[in-house]
Design a protein around this ligand. Structure first.
Ligand code: PEP
Ligand code: MN
Length: 362
């Protein structure tokens, strides 16, 4: 499905700079909202975020201030001139947000996993013209993410953006939500005109990692950042560890390197040619390997041997990852590639067994 999207950049915002959205995880008190907003406006932020209804993992915590906070955001708009954005998860949230003049809506990771919830929001947006940001679902499922984008698009919304906030993972690899950068990169390939923002706060889960994640996002040409900022982060009622002060945000923005040169030189063209040549060789080597795998498959069939020989598989993986180390290649990367290659070889050998079986049963 090809999406005819329109820019999410609102009037008065620099279209060239990365889009910057900042504000607290949750709106807690009128004072906290307004003082954070005033400080953010003074460092040049133009879009203010705050969660009004909070999807919390466990009951009993702070679940958001609710509609009362919408009045505080109106005050932020009036007093600072900033645009405002909040998370919506139900039809009523959408109605209340639009009635209160919220400028941008976002759908959270826990909503995007559920097509019923996404459809309910899409239906309530039908005929409206408001930018909608769609976070990735909690699980690393690109199709689910694209599905949510398509549902909102089909409701007639044309100003859509995606937000990469990392993915839940059983293994804790130092992040609250593992980045899996290849997923937003693939999203960009699938929907090239869709702006993609990065939310380093929810990927990191702690403020120390935010700068380097934001830099990585910029190096991958993300279109903007959504960062949690609080006037006193340590006292925050939700996500305290990952929030930073407006001053720290300013420091981050001042030191972020935006590499925006896009003039390929002859040197770069030569290097790219080299890469293309190597990729061609990789492909023809893979084709030869698959031919040999099929020959082995025919041999196994003729000699009544099973397709999978676990010891042999284990040996290949171990030997190649050892070899990888001596060639300065990442052994995990090589293991993953060998696993994929082996899987494809097994698939082909299974096909050979099946073809023969079908022929025998004729
Ligand atoms: C948030 O932005 O505060 C939030 C709840 O995010 P996510 O949906 O990414 O968990
Ligand atoms: Mn949060």
């Amino acid at each position: 499905m090809e999406l005819q999207l329109e820019s999410i950049v609102l009037p008065g915002i620099d279209p060239v700079c990365p889009l910057m959205i900042a504000g607290p995880c949750s709106a807690e008190t009128e004072e906290q909202v307004v003082s954070t907003a005033v400080e953010l406006a003074s460092v040049g932020v133009r879009i203010f975020r705050a969660g009004i209804w909070k999807p919390r993992t466990k009951p009993g915590g702070f679940e958001g201030i609710g509609s009362e906070g919408l009045g505080w955001l109106k005050r932020v708009k009036r007093e600072t001139g900033m645009y405002t954005t909040i998370e919506v998860a139900t039809r009523n949230h959408v109605f209340d947000a639009l009635k209160a003049g919220i400028d941008i809506l976002w759908m959270g990771a826990r909503t995007v996993v559920n097509p019923f919830a996404v459809q309910e929001i899409a239906d309530s947006l039908s005929g409206m013209d408001v930018p909608v940001l769609i976070k990735n679902p909690v699980n690393p499922d690109l199709e689910l993410w694209i599905g949510a984008i398509e549902r909102i698009y089909r409701a007639g919304i044309r100003r859509i953006g995606a937000v990469h906030r990392g993915f839940s993972s059983y293994e804790n690899k130092g992040y609250r939500n593992t980045p899996h950068w290849q997923i937003p990169i693939e999203l960009r390939r699938r929907i090239p005109n869709l702006p993609i923002l990065c939310d380093p706060s929810h990927i990191a889960g702690n403020r120390e990692l935010i700068h380097s994640l934001a830099q990585q996002a910029m190096d991958l040409k993300f279109d903007g950042l959504l960062i949690e900022v609080h006037c006193s982060p340590d006292k925050a009622w939700s996500d305290a560890k990952q929030q930073i002060t407006p001053k720290q945000l300013k420091q981050l923005l001042d030191t972020l390197i935006i590499r925006d040169t896009d003039h390929p030189s002859e040197d770069l063209a030569d290097l790219r040619n080299k890469i293309d040549g190597i990729d061609d060789q990789l492909l023809s080597l893979l084709a030869s390997r698959m031919q040999v795998a099929e020959e082995i498959g025919r041999y196994k069939k003729a000699n009544n041997m099973p397709v999978l020989q676990t010891t042999r598989y284990g040996q290949i993986i171990e030997q190649k990852s050892e070899m990888a180390k001596s060639m300065k290649l990442n052994p995990d990367f090589i293991k993953e590639i060998m696993k994929q290659i082996h899987e494809e070889s097994v698939r082909r050998q299974m096909d050979i067994m099946n073809i023969n079986q079908t022929e025998n049963s004729k």
